[in-house]
Design a protein around this ligand. Sequence first.
Ligand SMILES: *Cc1c(COP(=O)(O)O)cnc(C)c1O
Length: 465
Amino acid sequence: MKYVSTRGEAPSLSFEDVVLTGLASDGGLYVPESLPSFSQEEIASWAGLSYRDLALKIITPFVAGEIPEQDLKTIIDKSYDTFRHDAIAPLVQTGHNEWILELFQGPTLAFKDFALQFLGHLLDYVLKKRDQKVVIMGATSGDTGSAAIEGCRDCDNVDIFILHPHQRVSDVQRRQMTTVLENNVHNIALKGNFDDCQNMVKASFADQSFLPQGRQLVAVNSINWARIMAQIVYYFYASLALGGPHRKVSFSVPTGNFGDIFAGYLAKQMGLPIDQLIVATNSNDILHRCLSENDHSKKPLVHSLSPSMDIMVSSNFERLLFDMYNRDGAAIKQLMEDFKSGSMQLSDDAFNKAQAVFSSYRLDDDEMVEVIREVFESTEYLLDPHTAIGVKAAREKRRDTSTPVVCLATAHPAKFPEAVKKAGQAEDPALPFHMRDLFDREERYEVVEDSLADVHAFMQKNIRA
Ligand SMILES: *Cc1c(COP(=O)(O)O)cnc(C)c1O
């Protein structure tokens, strides 16, 4: 399968090359040239498959001709071996025809493990095959960094450097990263904020001459296509568990960079009968404004109690726009050029198309805290703040209650004790059993000045020969 850039100018690439590339050279994002699609009969025949076997069915066409099925099977099996729950993505009921899809059963307690466990094993496989070594560099405000580190800790051919803002991530989040002591894992606590970390990473991708000969940087944020691809699977899994494809299911998705919900859109395009796709945002609501009133304008970042969704501009939205503009790369290039001014307007046609597929809703912190309280009172089930936003959006935007709605639970509540306490819980939610000793484990990280030269010097010292 070939992959093309959303801005129409960069060369098309193979799957493996796309995995090793960040942004396309024209500034766009890579998407498959055409999507695989499955018939209703074929989807129906997958009822009862394990998560791993279903993943194999869905991912195979995306890597066709490059990764033999047996090798792909091994990669998938290893990726989901680290999940505690036998179902990998279990469903829990919280209301009439309302379900929580628990995507936090992986090693770092957030849904990002689904993609990053897979990406880690995939990179290991591709790099060994090519006898190539790479350097991963990423910035994190919390969840991405720990999931990426867990995914790559055993990759012989990867040195991974994750930058987090010094003293500005929660203790749980920091310790999930800094207690991984493998010698290819490096945590940089940058004396700056998250934007400084991101700028440092951007500048490093733009000029990679500081790397040793023959090395390149690989991106682990959701511009990496393999991450999106791995997330398509759980939409199928949830639907099949609830009677799909013979009946439609709706999904409500707490959204930041538009990666997770975009995977849902792809599942629908590939033939899964999905009724509504609900985009749920916190006060950083550019997506809600865009999808409800065609207002895609930047506003100052608000720090919320759902920090993993504190994003000013969603990078994966460009992948959707590419489809809404009938895959016209030149039009997307122009649109993104316009957006440099801080705002852009979709054409009527593109806006109408997007509205036909997505509903959206936004919640502020106070409303979100009420949802955690409400759901706990009626079910004794404790939501994390991101998931709570999705649950409320589902309740507000559902057209009918005869169609099951699945709310994606993107994190375990123990990762976000502040919100949970505000919702009236007397104590911090307990960490799952395998992590009870997190606060006793040894930590290792380097505090570095907010200086490109200092960061590069640290990396040069630690990249293995
Ligand atoms: C990353 C993250 C999100 C947002 O996901 P996107 O794919 O960026 O939309 C939501 N919730 C949690 C807990 C996250 O870690």
